[in-house]
Design a protein around this ligand. Structure first.
Ligand SMILES: NC(=O)c1ccc[n+]([C@@H]2O[C@H](COP(=O)([O-])OP(=O)(O)OC[C@H]3O[C@@H](n4cnc5c(N)ncnc54)[C@H](OP(=O)(O)O)[C@@H]3O)[C@@H](O)[C@H]2O)c1
Length: 262
């Protein structure tokens, strides 16, 4: 299937490693021109170089997405290099672990500045142009936690739900303008994020990371974690031209992990 995004300008944040990097590579393989963001410049450059070495087109801005001005800077870079953003993939790092009853307000504010406000600001920077031009794709990376709240990950459980509610509302507001808005919830995916969560939980639960991994895999019907490229393939379809009637949806890429009917 031709995804119909060759030559389109795509902005992917959190693109230096893991799921965001895999999405950037997948969109570049379809011919999209990429603007990449993360904080670590060296790693971000590697992603851009991997794309450019294959004949793709990628530029990057190393900046903290929690800084309010970063989204507008990214949109400006895109416009200057490739033209206005037509595809937005809002992705960031995950929040630290913590129990709902124990987290302080500063932790909630910091997590909102990482998981919620950047999505709003990225959207504000690119959505008016998408609506004017009558075509746009917005995809927020959230988590399986919107369907199956994860123990001791209260910040994710609550704030991913906020992003999902925002996306659902926005999708209905802009559907008639040719802009789709969806969320993608990764299940357990083999990235550095998962390794670090297992390491952090290991001391708390008195188990080795290997024991935690084994217990986790036993909960996943597919019997394994996702490769980030599998998650990215779904993302690429969600922002594609043929996905024009798919909007307001929360799509889980979880190997069958979530139990809910919908
Ligand atoms: N992996 C999983 O199993 C899983 C499951 C459910 C949900 N998720 C969620 O999916 C998202 C991606 O997961 P992942 O496993 O790919 O995570 P990851 O390996 O930790 O990668 C996160 C990416 O976001 C960037 N980032 C982090 N904080 C940032 C900031 N303040 N400003 C700009 N960029 C920032 C990181 O680069 P820098 O550090 O250089 O900034 C990196 O490129 C996360 O939100 C995660 O919580 C993952």
């Amino acid at each position: 299937m031709d995804l119909g995004i060759a030559g389109k300008t795509a902005l992917v944040s959190g693109a230096s490693q893991g799921i965001g990097r895999a999405i950037a590579l997948a969109l570049a393989a379809e011919g999209a021109r990429l603007v990449l963001n993360a904080r670590n410049e060296a790693k971000l450059r590697q992603t851009a170089e991997a794309i450019n070495a294959k004949g793709g087109a990628a530029v990057y801005l190393a900046a903290d997405l929690s800084e309010p001005e970063t989204p507008a800077r990214l949109a400006e870079l895109a416009t200057a290099e490739f033209g206005p953003v037509e595809i937005l993939v809002g992705n960031t790092g995950g929040p630290p672990p913590g129990a709902a009853a124990e987290l302080d307000e500063a932790s909630w504010r910091a997590a909102a500045e990482l998981l919620f406000y950047p999505q709003l600001r990225l959207t504000a920077a690119v959505l008016p142009g998408m609506r004017r031009r009558g075509w746009g794709r917005v995809l927020y990376v959230t988590s399986i936690s919107v369907k199956e709240p994860i123990e001791n990950l209260a910040l994710s459980n609550a704030l991913r739900a906020a992003v999902t509610g925002y996306a659902k509302t926005l999708a209905r507001e802009v559907a008639a303008d040719g802009v789709t808005v969806n969320t993608l919830g990764p299940g357990y995916t083999a990235t550095e994020r998962v390794n670090s969560l297992f390491a952090k939980n290991s001391a708390r639960l008195g188990k080795t990371p290997e024991e935690l991994l084994k217990a986790q895999l036993a909960q996943i019907p597919a019997g394994r974690m996702a490769d980030p490229a599998e998650t990215a393939a779904v993302a690429a379809f969600l922002v594609s031209a043929p996905a024009s009637y798919l909007t307001g949806q929360a799509i889980m890429v979880d190997g069958g992990y979530s139990h809910g009917l919908l």
